[in-house]
Design a binder for this molecule. Sequence first.
Ligand code: NAI
Length: 289
Amino acid sequence: MSGLLEGKVAIVTGAGGGIGRAEALLFAREGALLVVNDVGGTRGGDGQSQAVADAVVEEIRKAGGKAVASHDSVATADGAAALIKAAVDAFGRVDVLVNNAGILRDKSFLKMDEAMFDGVVDVHLKGTFLCSQAFAKQVIAQGGASGTSGRIVNTTSVSGLLGNFGQANYAAAKAGIYGLTRTCAIELQKHRITVNALAPIAKTRMTEDLPMMQGVANMTPEHIAPAALFLGSDLCGDRSGLVLAVAGSRMYAYRVMESPGRFKDADDGLWTAQEIQDNWDAIAKFPGT
Ligand code: NAI
């Protein structure tokens, strides 16, 4: 039986552990040729180790799959270019990109310094921008007369979509990934490149010390991987710009909503601040609430 990604070239960033590793292993089982990217640093993004990506490559090869390692950082333009080059050198093309790499530097807002903010935004948001752009350019270049197609799967978070204490840097980066996903989905539609985002919750080294994860055994990276496979495969169809959320056995979705609002008659002049207060309930009311 042929797999959902048979012969497709898939890149998963941050695939040396956690969610990225589970995604890479599932993609390989579904027939994809993998580029396993990871710098192999700490949770906070310090240090590096090639062994982390190499171990997952070895795991895939032992199971009969095909994979190469990339130890490049997604946070620099040179790293993103090298990542795409690694895929083309090994397999001749690219088809799927999962932007999953991430670090965490939590601190309450008033205590957060510039380096904590920049470091997190660089890996998550800038990394997603740089890798997606390098990937899309390669997809378009290899498309030729037959038209182009490719699939980008970004990784956002409930922290960015709803907010979370101690994560001003991370939430800003993840909310930025939401905006980037929406815009790339619009701009890349003409090249038949779909761009969607996952909002996962799983027990990994990033979350294992959170109180909500203590004693939890049914929220694993393996629960997340099928959602990435869906968005990275042709089962996704032309769906684009969407956020698919997964937490253990729960599969759900996020979207930003706009209230119908209230119009003021043109003859009545501009809204005043006092009128906004007086009409707040009507202005901010959402259907069904
Ligand atoms: P993890 O820490 O196990 O995996 C992240 C991987 O990214 C690590 O292996 C790390 O070495 C790699 N990485 C870090 N900086 C990199 C860089 N500059 N270039 C290449 N690789 C780099 O964490 P986890 O939980 O698997 O996170 C995966 C993604 O899911 C992240 O984007 C995270 O923000 C997101 N996420 C995870 C949630 C969870 O509940 N675990 C919740 C919401 C989002």
